[in-house]
Design a binder for this molecule. Structure first.
Ligand code: G16
Length: 542
């Protein structure tokens, strides 16, 4: 019943910032997905008889790969697979299931915020037993294995009915098809003050969530409409579809613009939130106020004790290096630890496991905590609603009073997508070559204090991750950061992160791009970005 299949390796299965992401036609090549799944199993030890969690965001090709993964898990010797009904598990829900049921690990199928469909993106990621993305030493081992793999094992059995909840046998292995939503909702009810949020909504605060045709629909409906009493229809685009209904499920000001415009209109909702393909990202918008992800992290940290799950306070905050330093000021005030990690949620895992950090966040619309080991979109939404209920204030009031207390970190990210890879690599190399000469140089009123290529020394396991982004820090706390995205699937994406700290509350109402204009110009001057890429403006500004 277990078949060993000969295969030839693919040389391009290097996991990026978050697993292996490629276009569907690449994944659909004969043996491509099988090779990568077997490379994962071959890089793990001592899992015989243990449990593997499998689920995905429902995008095109999800079901096919889930069937393969189940049959290969049986052949590899796992004792049990837990899979979400319909093949659905949001990324934070999968992380929760792994932790709650003490699974050995999990396979999550998603390309996150990238579009889905026959010619769009797909992805496979392995998460370890703490529920978080595999650390680099495992992803490196998977890649090394994928380059030499010559066989994989698979059970020769019929496909499983993924839509029926229940327990089944697949080639001697138990498969439990579970309700993807129930455990997650139970966890959220433990962390947040549902009665207060319910009362807030009942008092007339109009809350909408745009699930963008992706995985959070069933979770958001159960929480917002069923448990918290928001009217039916408060969750928009609530049915997960293989092509996300044509949506680009990236919760930002470009792709969730409809929601943004609605919240900003005089008669529109008071509060809007959007999430991405796999439910780990979030965007928070209040009437008159878009909350940058960096501010969201800082505000959640500053107000954390209003939520029952965090009433005892937080141990520390972690943020990725390109995320603004707004949270650092909160950590300073609370006298708790502050950790700056490279981009990628996997770098938070050790800090969370060691109890050093309780909340984490990234500029890329990700926030989360030690409740799971992934960022969590709906968690962030509930945290905001809990803060609004406890403070009896609007999003705008909460953000403005936060700035008045801590100062405002003006912040923006400029993305140049699908740039020629060679041009992008050369730009970074040229910047690296300049680093030593930059300190002390002035660009208009801006004087470079320090410049480096960020390296992270993990305080828990001592591992070192180099070349994580070019940082140019100016006197007074402003900075520009350059790095190449590790999640794109065509060409290269150059990200330019720009930040300025403004302590003076009378200067907190300036348009962000205007407040950052001189830094944006200097970023171009130092990197020669326009000339090198032939682009005269970013593809996306967030
Ligand atoms: C992933 C990672 C995040 C990272 C983001 C952007 O998110 O989990 O940690 O910040 O990609 O990465 P990059 O700047 O390299 O494109 P997701 O939501 O795509 O899984």
């Amino acid at each position: 019943m277990i078949k060993t299949v000969s295969t030839t390796p693919f040389q391009d299965q290097k996991p990026g910032t978050s697993g292996l992401r490629k276009k569907v036609p690449v994944f659909a090549q004969v043996n491509y997905a099988e090779n990568f799944i077997q490379s994962i199993f071959d890089s793990l030890e001592d899992f015989a008889g243990q449990t593997l969690v499998i689920g995905g965001d429902g995008r095109y090709y999800n079901r096919e790969v889930i069937q393969k993964a189940i049959k290969m898990a049986a052949a590899a010797g796992f004792g049990k697979v837990m899979v979400g009904q319909g093949g659905i598990l949001s990324t934070p829900a999968a992380s929760n299931i792994i932790r709650k049921y003490k699974a050995f690990g999990g396979i999550i199928l998603s390309a996150s915020h990238n579009p889905g469909g026959p010619t769009e993106d797909f992805g496979i990621k392995y998460n370890i037993g703490n529920g978080g993305p595999a650390p680099e030493k495992i992803t490196d081992a998977i890649f090394a294995r994928s380059k030499v793999i010559d066989t994989y094992k698979i059970a020769e059995v019929a496909d499983l009915d993924l839509d029926a909840i229940g327990t089944f046998d697949v080639a001697g292995m138990t498969v439990e098809v579970i309700d993807p939503v129930a455990d997650y909702v139970e966890l959220m009810e433990q962390l947040f003050d549902f009665p207060s949020i319910r009362a807030l909504i009942a008092s007339g605060v109009n809350v909408v969530i745009d699930s963008m045709g992706a995985v959070t629909g069933p979770y958001a409906r159960q929480i917002l409409e069923t448990r918290l009493g928001a009217p039916e229809g408060s969750v928009r685009n609530a049915v997960p579809l293989p092509d996300f209904g044509g949506h680009h499920p990236d919760p930002n000001l470009v792709h969730a613009k409809e929601l943004y415009d609605d919240v900003m209109s005089p008669d529109g909702p008071h509060f809007g939130a959007a999430s991405d393909g796999d439910g780990d990202r979030n965007m928070i918008v209040g009437k008159g106020m878009f909350v940058t992800p960096s501010d969201s992290l800082a505000i959640i940290a500053a107000n954390a004790t209003v939520a029952p799950g965090y009433a005892r306070g937080i141990a520390g905050i972690a943020r990725s290096m390109p995320t603004s330093a707004a949270a650092d000021r909160v950590a300073e005030k609370l006298k708790i630890g502050m950790y700056e990690t490279p981009t990628g949620w996997k770098f938070f895992g050790n800090l969370l496991d060691a109890g050093k950090a309780t909340v984490c966040g990234e500029e890329s619309f990700g926030t989360g905590s030690d409740h799971v080991r992934e960022k969590d979109g709906l968690w962030a939404v509930l945290f905001w609603l809990n803060i609004m209920a406890a403070r009896n204030e609007s999003v705008e009031e909460i953000v403005k009073s936060h700035w008045a207390e801590y100062g405002r970190n003006y912040y923006s990210r400029h993305d140049y997508e699908e740039v020629d890879s060679d041009a992008a690599n050369l730009l970074i190399i040229a910047l690296r070559d300049k680093l030593a000469t930059l300190p002390g140089q002035s660009f208009g009123a801006l004087k470079v204090a320090t410049a480096d290529d960020f390296a992270y020394h993990d305080p828990i396991d001592g591992s070192v991750s180099k070349n994580q982004g070019i940082r140019i820090l100016f006197e007074g706390g402003s900075r520009v950061v350059f790095r190449l995205s590790g999640t794109g699937t065509s060409g290269a994406t150059i990200r330019v992160y720009v930040e300025r700290y403004e302590p003076d509350a009378s200067r907190h109402a300036i348009d962000t791009q205007e407040a950052l204009a001189d830094l944006i110009a200097v970023a171009d001057q130092i990197s020669d970005l326009r000339k090198r890429t032939g682009r005269d403006k970013p593809t996306v500004i967030t």
